[in-house]
Design a protein around this ligand. Structure first.
Ligand code: ADP
Ligand code: MG
Length: 253
């Protein structure tokens, strides 16, 4: 595949918090349209890597490239802050906690960022937001406030909100683990439709192995701040190369 198709590239990514080295040399390339599922024990550095991709956390060493914008960690000069702002325009992120703006309607939650960024006229922005709400199955909730929605519905709004900026890649950090089990299916179904219908590039931290098997092109097992192994879901789930991977899978399957 040509270099143009690389949406995210991590090169020798390291991240320490004080003396605690949490990410210890992660290299990863994600191509346009690819879905990568990241899994591994709690504390293995999964969230930190995602947070480095859009510079919520600054890498201690190594580089991050998104949509052709390559940035290293280190001191935030004025120029670098501007580059981070540019890079973030290409990244949508969905967290375990939905983090919707509680005082805004669903529609305003979705239109907020594109409005601030001046992405088209007010009417265009609203029309796009309504399309997205339709896509996540919530066109009838546009005027509601988040508190009136179920967790699954709130998470679907969060997905629509992230999509509203038309990102090149969507990052999902355990998007269903705060949900009651009966609500995870509707969120996973929306994520699956992003992959299959929109060909969205996605990095998904999840332990939903059914979703991974069905939707992921590749899975990466994180262990102690590194990718211990990666490969197609069938291979990784049924015949992992490392005992750590097998032990983890035995615990979650
Ligand atoms: P995972 O998502 O795989 O559970 P994390 O990336 O959240 O792992 O965390 C990896 C390690 O980094 C954990 O030991 C966590 O306590 C530590 N950590 C994460 N963020 C911070 C922070 N801001 N300050 C100090 N330690 C942190
Ligand atoms: Mg995490």
């Amino acid at each position: 595949m040509s270099d143009r198709d690389v949406v995210v590239r991590l090169d020798g990514l390291h991240k320490s918090f004080g003396r605690l080295e949490v990410v210890r040399g992660v290299d990863m390339e994600v191509h346009r349209g690819e879905v990568v599922v990241v899994f591994g024990r709690s504390g293995s550095g999964k969230s930190t890597v995602l947070r480095c991709v859009n510079f919520i956390d600054d890498p201690s060493a190594g580089s991050v490239e998104v949509a052709g914008i390559r940035l290293e960690g280190g001191h935030r000069t004025r120029r670098k802050r501007e580059q981070i702002r540019q890079l973030r325009l290409h990244v949508g992120m969905v967290f375990q906690q939905f983090n919707l703006f509680p005082n805004m309607t669903v529609l305003d939650n979705v239109t907020c960022a594109p409005r601030c960024a001046g992405r088209g006229t007010g009417d265009e922005i609203v029309e796009r937001a309504r399309d997205l709400l339709d896509r996540v199955g919530l066109s009838d909730k546009a005027e509601e406030h988040p508190i009136r929605l179920s967790g699954g519905q709130q998470q679907r709004v969060a997905i629509a909100r992230a999509l509203a900026m038309e990102p090149d890649v969507m990052l999902f950090d355990e998007p269903t683990s705060a949900l009651d089990p009966e609500l995870t299916g509707e969120v996973l179904a929306v994520m699956k439709s992003l992959a299959t219908e929109m060909r969205m590039t996605m990095i998904v931290v999840t332990h939903e192995m059914g979703f991974a098997r069905e939707v992921a092109d590749r899975m990466a097992f994180f262990h102690e701040g590194r990718i211990l192994e990666q490969g197609p879901p069938d291979q990784l789930i049924t015949s992992p190369a490392h005992p750590e991977t097998r032990a983890f899978l035995d615990a979650v399957l």
